[in-house]
Design a protein around this ligand. Structure first.
Ligand SMILES: NC(=O)c1ccc[n+]([C@@H]2O[C@H](COP(=O)([O-])OP(=O)(O)OC[C@H]3O[C@@H](n4cnc5c(N)ncnc54)[C@H](O)[C@@H]3O)[C@@H](O)[C@H]2O)c1
Length: 341
């Protein structure tokens, strides 16, 4: 169940799952293409598991196995994808709004996508950018306890129809917050007394109470210590801190490579521009700050792991992140990094 089903990630992912399930082919200006899972770690990555020794010529041959053969894993084509969105557009309309997929593929998926409508969402608009207000036409109202109960009821229904349910936040980046919530009592009091909480915390609490795993694909700190404490009390599983799939991932690899080579990385400056709805939301400073903190954090591990290059007192480097919203480029994001030693 995706929170943010109708967004660029949510709608594109759903369309990809269905296209693979149906084994679709479609025309592009470069010829006919067939649905595949390229880009999926679980479906397409392999790993080195050992060697085969050839008795006859005495040689060793590397053996690689697909990840999906080493770990028991559901084939994504068997996922039932559904979830919530503050925008009520069905998924056919949502993929058209996203400007990611080829029109020929979208038309082949039309009937399947039109039949998927996001469930009404819960929202605290103060925690996302004000420029998102124009898409919020599918929102439930109520106090904190009622909103959590709406989501719990949706999850219970999904549990009754599926072997297993996982909730994944792929909705807008919220502002970084909650310093005033210190312990579990405060969180439960806050829910009871209807004090302000971000929607992600309400979805997460609902998932914890229902005993389903909650994954966080955005940079905000939904997993505040009081939320983690609640999950521990209920034996529920939480994971994720931003998808870190593009520039942020690349930055992790580069800093690990440079510092791991014995070079003292002294400054990293990153520039991005993008024109999708994620970029529109991040153009408001309160949401951008969450992304900035998340992107900055990726250098910490490599720095912490080397006290020769970064002894105490000299363990900070210059790190700047700029994100600009340029509507014309749509979902084609541009990123540029400068690494200086
Ligand atoms: N795509 C990437 O490469 C990438 C990488 C890392 C992180 N992320 C993060 O993933 C998230 C999604 O990215 P996207 O490009 O799909 O953004 P998007 O803006 O296209 O999609 C977000 C969706 O969430 C919906 N939404 C907002 N608040 C909601 C709520 N309370 N309940 C239910 N739905 C709600 C919006 O209506 C929208 O449809 C963003 O936070 C982004 O920063 C994306």
């Amino acid at each position: 169940m995706l929170v943010g089903l109708g967004g660029n990630n949510g709608s594109t992912f759903t369309a990809g799952v269905i296209a693979n399930r149906l084994g679709l082919t479609w025309a592009t200006r470069n010829g006919e293409v067939k649905a595949n899972m390229y880009g999926s770690f679980t479906q397409c990555a392999t790993t080195h598991v050992g060697f085969n020794f050839n008795q006859e010529d005495g040689t060793l041959r590397d053996v690689f196995k697909p990840i999906k053969e080493l770990l028991p894993m559901v084939n994504p084509v068997d996922f039932n994808v559904y979830g919530w969105d503050i925008s009520k557009q069905n998924l056919y309309e949502a993929v058209k709004r996203a400007h990611v997929l080829e029109p020929t593929l979208i038309e082949k998926l039309r009937a399947d996508l039109e039949s998927i409508e996001p469930l009404p969402a819960i929202l605290n608009p103060d925690f996302i950018a004000s420029n998102q207000a124009d898409r919020a036409d599918n929102v439930r109202v109520g106090n904190n306890a009622e909103l959590i109960e709406y989501i719990r009821a949706d999850i219970r229904k999904a549990k009754s129809e599926n072997d297993k349910v996982v909730v994944l936040w792929t909705a807008n980046t919220e502002m970084f917050l909650l310093p005033e919530i210190n312990a579990l009592d405060d969180l439960e009091d806050r829910i009871k007394n209807n004090l302000a909480l971000p929607a992600s915390v309400l979805y997460c609490v609902a998932a914890i109470y229902e005993g389903v795993m909650y994954l966080n694909g955005s940079p905000q700190n939904t997993f505040h210590p009081s939320v983690v404490e609640l999950a521990a009390k209920h034996g529920a599983l939480l994971a994720g801190n931003d998808f870190k799939s593009g520039q942020t991932r690349f930055k992790t690899i580069m800093s690990d490579y440079l510092i791991g080579s014995g070079l003292r990385l002294a400054s990293v400056v990153s520039y991005n521009h993008l024109g999708n709805n994620d970029g529109k939301n991040l153009s408001e400073d309160k949401c951008f700050q969450s992304k900035k903190i998340s992107k900055a954090g990726v250098l910490d591990d490599a720095i912490k792991g080397n006290d020769i290059l970064y002894p105490p007192g000299k363990d900070k480097i210059d790190h700047e992140v700029v994100i600009k919203y340029v509507p014309f480029v749509g979902d084609s994001k541009r990123a540029l990094d400068e690494y200086s030693t």
